[in-house]
Design a protein around this ligand. Structure first.
Ligand SMILES: *Cc1c(COP(=O)(O)O)cnc(C)c1O
Length: 361
């Protein structure tokens, strides 16, 4: 008779880092004005949707996708204006690329450094890949504290540095000269995360040729393809050749490859939507400024961070009025009483402003 093994429980089997994690929470948004996740609020023009429907009808979903996504990569390189001798690696969203980079450098004791508050996945992924995480606080107005960062780099010798440009959740662009000093001093890779590139007018892509330890990461999620899950990291061939080994062979599916390539053929449509969102951001910022007790922060992204008197209560009241935004109040000391709203359609923005005025009174 085979002996019965003792009952194994998650507590006993799983790594301590995993048990200690809090899962990334995604609230239910059914029926809400959804302004919490930096999505593009616009649908595609009907003719383009018809083209996509046709493409999908003929897609070979019985086959594995092109493992190298050749055609899509070429399209991305062309629309990105990538320097000649640079390459890209595709991910199932850029979240997957953060994970891949961490896995690649996670020797025992290796450090991932970022700033705080910033994108929460940097810390989460450091935790679950077994890296040490170092978060250097931003200043009160969410700027880089350059002396503190340079000191932390000297001290911890990070294998990876992540800087979101523009930063999420503050929306501002860090000083480009400060970022260059960080890249120059860092002993490892520096990843400039340009998730919001479509709403900012600046980029570190032209800097790739100057700094061999620089990688630039982008996602198409915020540009209108959040549902497709597609991101990429750009850098020199020497780095990407190695990193490619860690990419799971079919991480970008047939449907994503087909649709993303089609949409990038119509990049102008997406950029037009982004430019509309940028324009509406100006109006939304002005409206927020006009409400007593609301302090918005200048944004180069498709969202606005703002401070109120009682963020938790106002967040709840907005929700009762059918408007879902993001409550950051309890996530970091610098974000006390801060809320973040994604720029939606003009109608959604108006509904939000109305609900906010009603909630503050
Ligand atoms: C949204 C976001 C990402 C991840 O986007 P994906 O949907 O996983 O491609 C990465 N970095 C920042 C700063 C973000 O805000």
């Amino acid at each position: 008779m085979p002996s019965v093994s003792p009952v194994v429980t998650p507590d006993r089997l799983l790594r301590q880092e995993v048990l200690a994690l809090h899962a990334y929470a995604v609230p239910d948004s059914t029926g809400m004005v959804k302004l919490d996740a930096m999505e593009n609020p616009y649908l595609l023009p009907l003719p383009l949707r018809d083209e996509i429907a046709h493409l999908l009808a003929h897609a070979a979903i019985n086959r594995y996708p092109d493992a190298h996504a050749h055609s899509l990569k070429q399209k991305i390189q062309a629309v990105t204006g990538l320097p000649e001798d640079m390459d890209i690696l595709l991910g199932n969203g850029s979240d997957e690329i953060i994970q891949l980079l961490a896995l690649a450098v996670a020797k025992p004791g290796a450090v991932l450094l970022s700033v705080e508050p910033s994108f929460v996945m940097y810390r989460m992924i450091a935790d679950f890949t077994g890296m040490q995480y170092v978060g250097v606080s931003l200043t009160q107005d969410f700027a880089l504290d350059l002396p503190a960062i340079l000191a932390a780099i000297q001290r911890h010798q990070p294998a990876l540095v992540f800087l979101a440009y523009p930063n999420n959740p503050s929306g501002n662009l860090f000083d480009a000269e400060a970022i260059k000093q960080i890249i120059a001093l860092a002993p490892g890779l520096v990843v400039v995360d340009e998730a919001y590139y479509a709403f900012a007018d600046v980029s570190f892509i032209p800097m790739l040729a100057h700094y061999p330890n620089l990688l630039v990461m982008r996602t198409f999620s915020k540009l209108g393809m959040a549902g497709l899950r597609l991101g990429f990291v750009a850098g020199s061939k020497a780095w990407l050749r190695q990193l490619e080994k860690l990419r799971l062979p079919y991480n970008v599916g047939v449907l994503t490859q087909l649709v993303a390539e089609k949409l990038l053929q119509h990049h102008d449509v997406l950029l037009q939507q982004a430019s509309q969102i940028k324009q509406d951001r100006v109006g939304l910022y002005a409206q927020l400024t006009a409400i007593t007790g609301v302090q918005p922060y200048v944004s180069a992204a498709n969202f606005i961070l703002f401070r109120v008197k009682q963020a938790n209560a106002i967040f709840d009241r907005l929700k009762q009025r059918g408007v879902l935004i993001k409550n950051l109040s309890n996530s970091h000391p610098l974000l006390a009483d801060c809320l973040r709203v994604t720029v939606g359609t003009p109608e959604e923005n108006e509904q939000f402003i109305q609900a906010l005025q009603d909630s503050i009174r």
